[in-house]
Design a protein around this ligand. Structure first.
Ligand code: ZN
Length: 323
């Protein structure tokens, strides 16, 4: 057992160019010595480059309310089937760095340095790739939950990517920035509205994009509401290849790809989110599209296949050509 593990780890380290580059990044970036080496996974979509960046993970204690419409027994059985702990759900965060027409484009921002312990890997991943925060040209946001937007700023309030255009979904902006809602926030939204105000208040310049339009050349915004009112997925297209960036259409695939009818606590409109989830998973399976998730186990991508009454995520193969 220990032999196997050692062999696997040695093989992984030797085979991973991103990891050897990352060692230099950590040493140069002043990251805490205790932090894991950055997780970076690169692959190509036509002429576009994609790097999945392991922002980190946290372990969410599992209670009966996490999946609103399934028994705790059923949820624990699904976790056991996936060889996961039964009392806590590991939730990971995976922003993507795209190299698109010569531009460096981040999709979602993680937490930067203001997240829970075990996060902050996006900045270290960028350092491992030799990409300075100043060199990021655009940050495209899928929706306004804190784990996607807080990383637009450092803890001290400074913009984390000072030269980047910040592109947000119009319907999401309209919902969260509405004056009346800001002035008199419903209890359930208070913390989130606070995060939205912190990130988008002040002098930050934000551009709003519409659904079903190109956010940037080769990157189309897809309307996938339900998780939040303006929740957005993306279709990346380059040289005849495509990648479907699902954002938070599902949380952990072992639960919600497998059981698309299940509703996580985080889905603001459970019925709409369920309909969206079915539509997106069915499309990914039918069109054999590679997909990227935000909350799947790293590298948080693969393909979707039908399995029984639900679907499965087949993980991406490490070591495919990358741009
Ligand atoms: Zn999320």
């Amino acid at each position: 057992m220990s032999m196997t593990r050692r062999t696997l780890m040695a093989g992984g380290l030797a085979a991973g160019p991103a990891l050897s580059a990352s060692a230099a990044g950590v040493a140069g970036g002043g990251a805490p010595a205790a932090a894991d080496p950055p997780g970076v996974y690169r692959f190509a979509v036509g002429d576009a480059g994609v790097a999945a960046l392991h922002e980190g993970s946290l372990s969410r204690p599992l209670d009966a309310g996490f999946v609103r419409n399934a028994s705790l027994d059923a949820v624990q059985a699904a976790l056991e089937r996936a060889f996961l702990p039964k009392d806590a759900l590991p939730i990971t965060f995976t922003p993507l760095l795209l190299t698109l027409g010569g531009r460096r484009v981040l999709i979602d921002a993680g937490f930067a340095d203001s997240g829970p312990p075990g996060t902050g890997g996006t900045l270290r991943g960028l350092a491992a790739l030799g990409v300075a925060p100043e060199a990021v040209d655009a940050v495209v946001i899928s929706h306004f939950h804190p784990d996607h937007i807080l990383g637009l700023r450092r803890k001290d309030g400074a913009l984390a990517y000072p030269n980047a255009r910040i592109l947000v979904p119009e319907p999401e902006w309209r919902f969260w920035m509405e004056d009346a809602r800001m002035a008199d926030p419903p209890e359930a939204l208070k913390a989130n509205l606070g995060a939205v105000r912190k990130v988008f208040g002040g002098d930050v310049k934000v551009e709003r994009y519409a659904w079903k339009s190109e956010v940037l050349p080769g990157l189309t915004a897809l309307d996938t509401p339900g998780h939040t009112p303006g929740h957005t997925s993306f279709l990346l297209e380059s040289a005849g290849r495509r990648l479907l960036v699902t954002s938070d259409v599902t949380n952990h695939p072992a639960l919600f790809v497998r059981n698309p009818d299940w509703s996580a606590l985080f889905d603001m409109d459970a019925d709409q989110a369920r309909a969206t989830r079915h539509r997106v998973l069915a499309m990914a399976a039918a069109e054999r599209l590679p997909v990227a998730f935000y909350h799947a186990p790293f590298p948080a991508g693969g393909h979707i296949v039908r399995a029984g009454s639900g679907y499965e995520l087949v993980p991406l193969q490490w070591g495919l050509p990358h741009a």
